[in-house]
Design a protein around this ligand. Structure first.
Ligand code: C2E
Ligand code: CA
Ligand code: CA
Length: 538
């Protein structure tokens, strides 16, 4: 029996009993009173028992009714709490991920009915994990509460606020279609307010936020005002927020269609990289490195190339950062290095091999062990290997970087500082690490084509290297003018398109074969045989 039915039955019993009481009682009560007072005859016992039964029924029915009513009230209260728990975020008291959808749909309908629009604003704290990890969850919770309060203070009365989970908030703000700038102003103000320093337990925190926004302007099909639904708005605002993060955080963006295709391309790249590594789609190309004074070839820099069967050419400047982000740079790089070591073994042993190492790889305390093991496995002399690291490595865990560099150098590997001049490292930092060479970034070198000013800049960089007593390589030599200028500046090595584009292993082999620069290998009869099969004279 349902609760309402039981309710009715109890109420029914009580009512029936009251009616009966009125019916029989009307007759019996005067008789009883009369008898008690000593007059008249004893009342009919049957009628008396009926009356007593009646009274019992009234009491029982009423009590049961009262009990049920309070039971129901309790249950309603519990249900309300459960509903709130499922719709309200307990930490901040805002709506939650579940309830913001239906609430947004309702708000959109209301806004449209009164000729207004609404914007969905996604707000994500930047580096919140760091606050949590460094200061504990209590501090993190306090910061989330404060952030919710700060946002709420900026919102108009009819807006919605929700915490979607973690450090992600969302607001839905109705606005006048003629005044969309209001949302922009709201976003800038929000970014400003939320990033105000805050205190907790004597510690001061500063966080920034990234904001993505989407409005329900499109989606009105054939003149009928069909509002964009909440799910679409949430999805779009999320994409815009992700875009804001990518653009460097602490800023806001409105959703644009292009962001969605960009995101799709990015996820295609991620899957492509995951799949491409085991399928051998990543191959090393090689760029010649030349002694500028003599024009002699001294070695090659290995540059990663992706031979993707589905995507057109993707530059390493795109796929390396993605591989870093998705945690595959180590695997990708090791795969390339193994191939390069095999390729380079076929070259004249006086030719060096330079490889680029990502800062992410230098966070791995086992990196130097791994690299040295690879050298042993491929019987490649460490003295022929040079690793190029960028200045950004110097801003990371400098202790670990130093110990990796030191252990590699102890085995004979040389270390070059890549993209020198672009990373703001101080002279003290440069001195503190045992580099073997500086590579002057191609952005400076290619400028030598035009103007005197750039000549002075490059000359200054060269003098700096001389001062540090470090040999230098100039990257990006594109034409003879640049080459001539560099030759006058000092003793340099160089590389660039003037000497040809990076080539694959086969092309390098052919180039070295014609220059007589392939390694000799021992033939079974002890005679020296070049790796391309020609027999060496003598
Ligand atoms: P990078 O180390 O500065 O490499 C030199 C880049 O300049 C190469 O681009 C090369 O093709 C290009 N270049 C060479 N000569 C010239 C020239 O004369 N003019 C111009 N404009 N450009 C020239 P690429 O191959 O696209 O590589 C781009 C960057 O990707 C590299 O810059 C390096 O930072 C990174 N990279 C490439 N392969 C790897 C790798 O295996 N591991 C890591 N961690 N990074 C890599
Ligand atoms: Ca490089
Ligand atoms: Ca470079």
């Amino acid at each position: 029996m349902g609760r309402a039915e039981r309710d009715l039955v109890a109420l029914g019993i009580a009512t029936a009993a009251i009616l009966l009481f009125v019916g029989t009682g009307g007759m019996v009560v005067p008789q009883v009173i009369h008898a008690w007072l000593g007059g008249g005859k004893t009342p009919d016992p049957l009628l008396v028992s009926t009356l007593l039964l009646n009274i019992a029924l009234v009491i029982f029915g009423w009590r049961r009714y009262a009990e049920l009513t309070s039971e129901i009230a309790e249950r309603r209260k519990a249900e309300e709490i459960a509903r709130q728990l499922s719709e309200i975020d307990p930490l901040t008291g805002t709506l939650n991920r579940r309830s913001i959808g239906p609430a947004t749909d309702q708000l959109l309908t209301d806004a449209h009915a009164s000729g207004r629009l609404a914007a969905f604003v996604m707000v994500d704290l930047d580096n919140f994990k760091l606050v949590n990890d460094l200061n504990g969850h209590l501090a993190g919770d306090a910061l989330l509460k404060l952030t919710a309060e700060r946002i709420r203070a900026l919102l108009p009365k009819d807006a919605l606020l929700a915490r979607l989970g973690g450090d992600e908030f969302a607001c839905v703000v109705p606005y006048d279609a003629r005044n969309p700038d209001r949302i922009d102003q709201f976003a800038s103000l929000l970014i400003e307010r939320v990033s105000q320093p805050s205190e907790f337990n004597g510690l001061t925190f500063e966080v920034t936020v990234s904001v993505g926004m989407a409005a329900d302007i499109p989606g009105r099909a054939q003149g009928s005002p069909v509002p964009t639904d909440a799910q679409t708005l949430i999805h779009r605002a999320d994409i815009a927020m992700y875009h804001a993060k990518k653009q460097g955080k602490n800023r806001y963006f409105w959703f644009e269609e292009a962001m969605e295709s960009e995101l799709r391309f990015r996820s295609e790249l991620e899957t492509g990289i995951r799949r491409g590594i085991p399928r051998g789609e990543f191959v090393p190309f090689y760029e010649q490195q030349i002694d500028l004074a003599t024009g002699e070839l001294t070695g090659f820099e290995m540059l990663a190339r992706w031979r993707s069967p589905t995507l057109s050419t993707v530059s390493p400047e795109i796929f390396i950062p993605i591989a870093e982000e998705i945690g595959l740079i180590g695997e990708l790089s090791e795969n390339l290095i193994e191939q390069a070591l095999e390729d380079a073994k076929e070259w004249d042993p006086k030719l060096s091999l330079s490889i680029n190492i990502s800062p992410v790889q230098l966070r791995d305390p086992w990196f130097s062990q791994k690299l040295l093991q690879m050298l042993v496995r491929h019987s490649f002399p460490p003295q022929r290997l040079d690793i190029e690291i960028t200045e950004s490595c110097l801003h990371e865990n400098i202790g670990l970087v130093r110990s990796i560099i030191t252990s590699l150098r102890n085995q004979g590997v040389t270390i070059s500082l890549d993209d020198f001049g672009t990373g703001f490292s101080s002279l003290a930092q440069l001195r503190s690490l045992p580099f073997d060479r500086l590579k002057i970034d191609r952005s400076f070198v290619s400028e030598l084509k035009d103007g005197e000013d750039s000549d002075k800049l490059v000359q200054a960089i060269v003098s700096l290297g001389d001062g540090l007593e470090l040999p230098m390589t100039a990257e990006g030599i594109e034409d003879p003018t640049i080459l001539t200028k560099l030759q006058k500046m000092g003793e340099l090595k160089g590389q660039g398109y003037l000497y040809g584009r990076p080539e694959d292993a086969g092309a390098v082999r052919a180039r070295l074969a014609s220059a007589g620069l392939l390694a000799a290998r021992a033939a079974p009869d002890g005679e020296c045989v070049l790796t391309d099969g020609r027999r060496a004279a003598g």
